[in-house]
Design a protein around this ligand. Sequence first.
Ligand SMILES: CC(C)(COP(=O)(O)OP(=O)(O)OC[C@H]1O[C@@H](n2cnc3c(N)ncnc32)[C@H](O)[C@@H]1OP(=O)(O)O)[C@@H](O)C(=O)NCCC(=O)NCCS
Length: 161
Amino acid sequence: MYSIVPETPEDAWEVEALFDLCFAPGREALSSYRLREGVAPVAPLCRVARYEPGGFLGGAVRYWPVRVGTVPALLLGPIAVHPTAQGEGLGAALIRESLHVARDGWARVLLVGDAPYYGRFGFVRLDGVEMPPPTNPERVLGLALAEGAWDGVAGEVTAWT
Ligand SMILES: CC(C)(COP(=O)(O)OP(=O)(O)OC[C@H]1O[C@@H](n2cnc3c(N)ncnc32)[C@H](O)[C@@H]1OP(=O)(O)O)[C@@H](O)C(=O)NCCC(=O)NCCS
């Protein structure tokens, strides 16, 4: 049994350790991190999944605000599930629950990731949306939380500053 709850400041070091475990060394050199530097995450959307009893951290997701051209968007990620808990639906639960909360106040989400995984949540490739280089455009995916929210939206993704 696990529960998904908002991340607290006390969770932060454990979440960082989980991301270090799940991603290749040097993850913070990825271009998406340039969009996060000096910008606070969207706290109400950052979630952790903890197993009971014991409170083992099974997974975590964070979101940052960004701009695409001039319009606001959410950047989903990082998201990671502990290797011992992968394939049990935790990643899907973290994504679905956080997206449900995101619908209250946000119109569109983007991420850099594998289309075969994120397609199941409705993410599709975004044409004309440019993440900071080097980013494979095939991996730039978006989801409209409000109908038509990505229509006509294009341009560079920039930090929320
Ligand atoms: C990607 C990740 C968050 C998915 O979480 P999870 O809890 O293991 O995933 P779920 O249980 O919700 O879904 C499992 C399904 O997704 C598939 N899947 C997982 N990662 C995938 C990927 N990168 N590409 C395609 N399919 C993937 C699994 O094969 C499985 O398929 P099935 O339902 O047909 O059996 C997790 O595997 C992880 O932390 N990976 C390492 C870090 C990472 O790559 N993060 C994402 C960066 S874009």
